[in-house]
Ligand binder design. Structure first.
Ligand code: HEC
Length: 139
């Protein structure tokens, strides 16, 4: 009986930790997609590649990913470079996700207008939303 119990406990612990690891990896994959999308947009804006027509679809992708980002920090998914403050100060953290979403939504609108005078400042605002959260909540 004791052995059975010990096995059950060990099995449940290992299942939990595997699940958490997957959550962290999933979050990092989503964040990498966001980072890659921003990186591609940066290359266009710095005119390292001549792909102005890609800005609008990339901005739309970023705006969609900002929705996904809202769901990758569930309770109990601490790990990776995510600081525990995320779950200790959930309101502050949620506010930063909202700031990101507002910025990507504005950028998406600016990008679809094709007006560079709007696109530059809008992408700058997205970058500030990234940095603001990273400085506070990422190791
Ligand atoms: C609300 C907070 C928040 C915002 C906003 C945010 N990030 Fe992050 N980001 C994090 C946290 C926390 C991690 C660490 C996640 C982990 O290691 O589990 C992270 C990790 C990353 C990573 C590393 C992923 C990996 O493979 O380890 C990249 C790249 C990244 N973010 C890019 C961005 C970009 C670009 C933006 C803006 C468009 C952005 N992030 C906005 C919180 C945020």
């Amino acid at each position: 009986m004791k052995r059975l119990l010990a096995f059950a406990v060990a099995a449940s612990i290992s299942v939990t930790s595997v699940a958490d690891e997957d959550q962290v990896e999933y979050r990092q994959e989503v964040m990498s997609a966001i980072g890659g999308t921003m990186g591609a947009i940066g290359k266009i804006l710095k005119q390292e590649v001549d792909r102005p027509g890609d800005i609008a679809p990339l901005a739309a992708a970023l705006d969609e990913l900002a929705d996904t980002a809202q769901r990758v920090f569930p309770e109990g998914s601490d790990g990776g470079d995510a600081l525990p403050e995320i779950w200790e100060e959930p309101e502050d953290f949620a506010e930063r996700l909202t700031v990101l979403k507002e910025a990507t939504s504005k950028f998406r609108t600016a990008a679809s207008s094709g007006d560079m005078a709007q696109i530059g400042p809008a992408v700058g605002e997205v970058g500030r939303a990234c940095r603001g959260c990273h400085q506070r909540f990422r190791e």
